[in-house]
Design a protein around this ligand. Structure first.
Ligand code: NAG
Ligand code: NAG
Ligand code: NAG
Ligand code: NAG
Ligand code: NAG
Ligand code: NAG
Length: 598
């Protein structure tokens, strides 16, 4: 290269640099956003949208981003089903940020740090699944006007916020506890900013803080239940009055129709005829009512947990033709085909008459925000004193139980090792996600068994994708009914000594795993389940225990036994010795890696 071409090269380089620079933006801001984009997933497909520079002067071509003077100043990503965790420092470089809203998504993990983001004025993390405590450094956000943290899984104490700039502050529907700090900033907010927490006390709540932890009977004036459960704070209860009139009519109709429906269901089920029946009542039954003309406007609106789903109201749901698909300890499950042609699954819960609206709705909103390819999605729910419905997405194929133990014959699917491995891993991943997402639940699933694992078989062989259902209801069902659920069959429960923990779910997972490997149906009875496990562990290293369909794949026996070994550890008598679900996932992934080296 001669000096001239060197110079030309240099000039061109300068020119290029100049062009880039005129499209001015701040790299550390872009890098932060790109990292954010890559660590989360969403229906908004940020990946294809957040490309190029985020800001061009005061303009942004990035979804949800607003710029000012080439700086990112607003991030508004509400309600786009963002899932994943935020890194603690995710936003730290975006120093000109004024508005940040991530509300109404499915983010989990700790709240991010907002250190140094002194221009922040609006911060909303509401309606997610953030856990951990509220970072105390948030008290240093000197220009904050809105701080919305409601409807998460936050625990611990409320930091001493003292900012006079606060106009909106909400921490309701979390698991916070302790005394609400008596700062003038915090005392200005109504009690609805603090309701529905684990154990908050002090003004502005009616519940006084006890100096020593004395039982609630010491509390005078107001019974504690009215403090925590005043129905007026429920997000869906603004129309309580009309709802009540409505549900009375509904209950009356249901009372008349229910026996008929049940008999019809029974007959349908018996004859295995797929003849449609009505889930609730129909128009004919309703026309006798004097208020009928107003009926159209009185449809009970259901709250939908995902914006992607088709919306319907209670009336449409009850008009759908329904077919009973299962009857379990927690209620009856129907497949409901709506007039629009779409299909959902409705679970009519039983034995939950003591559950309050707030508890039910809070729990369902929490479960409704879970998003994982191995979990069945909860679409919406309905609460009345008499009737509690959970509406799930419909998974077309049957359950793992049917797949494993279905009748021999033409339609019988043979599950080879590859398919079973894939299914087991999917279940483990779904369970690990559940355990991670619901850290405060005593037993996050509570009722894991092969009939509660649905198999999505739309994809091509061998990819039977498992989807776990029936999770999180144990929390509502209460101690008494837990016994009847799968977790109630764990040794700690049948011994009656231990508290149930997430490890009871691990036990149930172990049972499902062993059931898949042996092809044998585990007993419904607690003691027999343990005998069944003992029988398998006594045969530990013999092919005698394997399902006959697996025995033929001789070269895979070593892998199979590794999986059986994991299963046996999961069903260990002592809960402490069982691995966690994430350990199980890790070990299965290790097995996959070993494979690729062979
Ligand atoms: C991103 O999405 C927004 C609106 O959703 C659109 O206006 C913009 O052009 C998109 N940008 C790119 C780079 O695709
Ligand atoms: C905050 O915003 C003001 C303008 O309103 C600006 O001058 C200042 O540099 C910003 N502070 C930070 C820390 O970005
Ligand atoms: C950002 O916050 C300011 C100050 O509270 C507010 O006036 C403005 O409307 C917010 N912008 C958006 C997009 O919400
Ligand atoms: C503080 O926030 C208000 C809006 O709430 C805004 O107008 C003002 O510029 C902010 N001040 C600083 C120093 O960021
Ligand atoms: C706080 O949030 C809850 C739940 O979204 C809502 O019901 C309540 O009205 C809010 N209170 C205030 C003061 O914003
Ligand atoms: C708290 O809210 C209830 C209504 O839910 C109201 O009756 C009561 O007066 C409120 N208490 C205070 C201290 O504001």
């Amino acid at each position: 290269m001669n000096p001239y071409s060197k110079l030309t090269f240099f000039l061109i380089l300068l020119l290029v640099l100049h062009v880039v620079a005129s499209d001015e933006f701040f790299h550390e801001e872009r890098d932060s956003l790109i990292q954010l984009r890559d660590s989360l997933s969403s229906i908004a497909n940020l990946h294809s949208n957040w490309t190029g520079p985020p800001c061009h002067k005061d303009q942004s071509r990035w979804f949800g981003i607003t710029c000012s003077n080439s700086h990112v100043t607003e991030i508004d990503l509400q309600g786009i089903e963002l899932t994943g965790t935020l890194q603690s420092t995710a936003l730290q470089s975006i120093t000109f940020l004024t508005n940040l809203s991530l509300s109404n998504n499915a983010l989990h993990g700790d709240l991010p740090t907002l250190k140094g983001l002194l221009n922040l004025s609006v911060v909303s993390f509401s309606k997610n699944r953030f856990s951990g405590s509220i970072p105390t450094e948030y008290v240093a956000l000197s220009n904050i006007s809105r701080l919305e943290l409601q409807d998460n899984l936050l625990n611990g104490l409320i930091p001493r916020f003292e900012q006079a700039s606060l106009i909106v502050f909400n921490v309701s529907f979390n698991f916070l506890q302790g005394k609400i700090p008596e700062t003038s900033a915090l005392q200005r907010f109504p009690n609805s900013s603090y309701r529905n927490n684990l154990e908050l006390c002090g003004k502005p709540l009616e519940k006084a803080c006890n100096v020593t932890p004395v039982p609630q009977t010491q509390d005078h004036d107001h019974p504690v239940s009215s403090t925590n459960q005043a129905p007026s704070s429920s997000p869906i209860s603004s129309s309580t009055k009309s709802l009540e009139v409505w549900s009375l009519a509904l209950i009356a109709m249901a009372a008349v129709m229910l026996p008929i429906i049940l008999i019809l269901c029974f007959l349908c089920y018996k004859r295995r005829q797929k003849k449609a029946i009505k889930l609730g009542y129909n128009h004919v039954g309703h026309t006798g009512k004097p208020k009928d003309d107003k009926k159209k406007t009185r449809n009970v609106e259901l709250e939908f947990f995902s914006s992607e789903r088709e919306v319907f109201d209670l009336d449409e749901l009850l008009r759908s033709s329904a077919e009973m698909v299962g009857k379990g300890k927690l209620g009856i499950t129907y497949k409901a085909m709506m007039e629009s042609g779409s299909i959902v699954v409705v679970k009519r819960l039983k034995g939950m008459s003591g559950v309050t609206r707030n508890d039910f709705v809070h729990q369902m909103q929490m479960l409704g925000r879970l998003r994982h390819e191995n979990l069945v999605e909860i679409i919406t729910c309905y609460y009345s004193t008499e009737e509690k419905l959970v509406i799930y997405e419909h998974v077309p194929s049957g359950s793992l139980f049917q797949l494993l133990h279905g009748h021999e014959g033409e339609g019988k699917v043979h599950l080879n090792w590859e398919a079973r491995r894939y299914i087991v891993k999917g279940i483990a991943r779904g369970m690990a996600y559940l355990h991670h997402s619901l850290p405060i639940h005593q037993v996050p699933h509570g009722n894991l068994k092969s009939s509660n694992v649905l198999i999505d078989h739309n994809n091509s062989y061998p990819y039977y994708s498992p989807k776990i259902t029936d999770f999180g209801l144990q929390q509502l069902a209460g101690q008494a009914s837990t016994r009847k659920l799968a977790a109630g069959k764990s040794p700690e429960m049948s011994r009656g000594d231990g508290e149930l923990t997430a490890k009871a779910d691990v036990f149930c997972f172990g049972i499902v795993l062993l059931e898949m490997m042996t092809g044998k149906v585990p007993s419904e009875n607690e003691e027999e389940v343990l005998e069944w496990v003992t029988m398998i562990s006594d045969n530990k290293w013999s092919t005698g225990i394997l399902d006959s369909e697996l025995v033929v794949e001789k070269e895979k026996h070593m892998e199979m036994f590794k999986l059986v070994q994991i299963g046996l550890e999961c069903v260990a008598l002592q809960p402490e010795t069982r691995p966690t679900m994430s350990e199980v996932v890790r070990r299965m992934e290790e097995m996959d890696e070993e494979r690729t080296w062979l």
